[in-house]
Design a protein around this ligand. Sequence first.
Ligand SMILES: [Mg+2]
Length: 123
Amino acid sequence: MARVAVVEDNADNRLLVRAILEDEFEVTEYETGAEALEGLPAELPDLVLLDISLPGMDGTEVLRRMKEDERLESVPVVALTAHAMAGDRERFLAAGFDEYLTKPIVDESVLMGTIRRHLNPDP
Ligand SMILES: [Mg+2]
């Protein structure tokens, strides 16, 4: 079973993502960017869902540090943000994210489809 790490400070959002994904994926959770950067190298998930708005270190900085770590640089990362603005998608992709999704997650099939697509680029 592929493993998806969820980095999200909001417990309700973590619970929701887990509920959507757990039939198909092994889900691990991190509450902060610092915890994620500590745990991800040992865990080596198949994909990371990364909240942008995190206390302390934001998701963009977490991504930047992942890309500097050869153990993590090839792990696909999907940004999650609650504050969508025009041009965001281009900006997040340019920063190195593989995809960008807005919260709240209202359509689980979009989340599942995005994860499947980035786990398996040649279906
Ligand atoms: Mg947040």
